[in-house]
Design a binder for this molecule. Structure first.
Ligand SMILES: Cc1cc2nc3c(=O)[nH]c(=O)nc-3n(C[C@H](O)[C@H](O)[C@H](O)COP(=O)(O)O)c2cc1C
Length: 173
């Protein structure tokens, strides 16, 4: 997996865009919809079987993905803001809903992420939060960043996966 160097070109996600992907248990991509390819700038062949981290933007703090994985592995849905890296080094912001789907017998089927555009209000709050978390991660380490993340959750009365998701959804207004 090779990643481009990030630049400041924003790719706009429109109101009508619904960017979908599915993955196996390890997060490797098994399905992408056409708009996923259009916005990211990757072909289907370049995406399938690749880890979702192909989209990982250097501005994203690790703690967000740690929170995501902890919850989806437990079968809990996660609604979270993600800044993604495009093939040309540009970026796009999305509000992603990530869920685990199960087979009728209860076994793991896939993870699925459905991503939509975000408001300026959400972008303002979340980019400030992520900036602080990333700065702490780089200067004091992951534990300090995680502590600050949980302080942010406490300060906003977010004490479980449902209240986390409700807060993130509400911010996107
Ligand atoms: C269904 C699904 C969708 C994901 N979508 C993204 C995504 O759009 N962007 C992203 O950076 N990570 C996404 N991830 C998280 C990645 O698997 C990975 O944890 C993240 O990119 C951080 O990379 P790292 O764990 O190698 O540091 C997704 C994971 C799953 C299961």
């Amino acid at each position: 997996m090779t990643q481009p160097e990030a630049n400041n070109t924003e790719h706009i996600v429109k109101n009508v865009d619904l960017i979908v992907s599915k993955s196996d248990e390890a997060g490797n991509i098994t399905y992408v919809n056409p708009i996923f390819m259009k916005i990211s700038g990757y072909s289907q062949a370049n995406l399938l079987e690749q880890p979702h981290a192909i989209l990982r933007h250097p501005d994203m703090p690790k703690v967000i993905f740690k929170y995501l994985w902890k919850n989806i592995k437990e079968g809990k849905d996660v609604i979270a803001y993600v800044k993604n890296l495009c093939a040309d080094g540009g970026y796009y912001w999305v509000l992603a809903t990530v869920k685990m789907a199960k087979n009728p017998d209860g076994s793991f089927r896939n993870y699925m992420s459905t991503r939509k555009c975000i408001t300026e209000n959400a972008k303002g709050t979340i980019s400030e939060l992520y900036k602080t978390l990333l700065e702490l991660e780089k200067t004091e380490g992951e534990e300090a960043s995680e502590k600050a993340f949980y302080t942010f959750l406490d300060d906003n009365n977010i004490n479980n996966a449902d209240s986390f998701n409700a807060y993130m959804k509400n911010l996107n207004k």
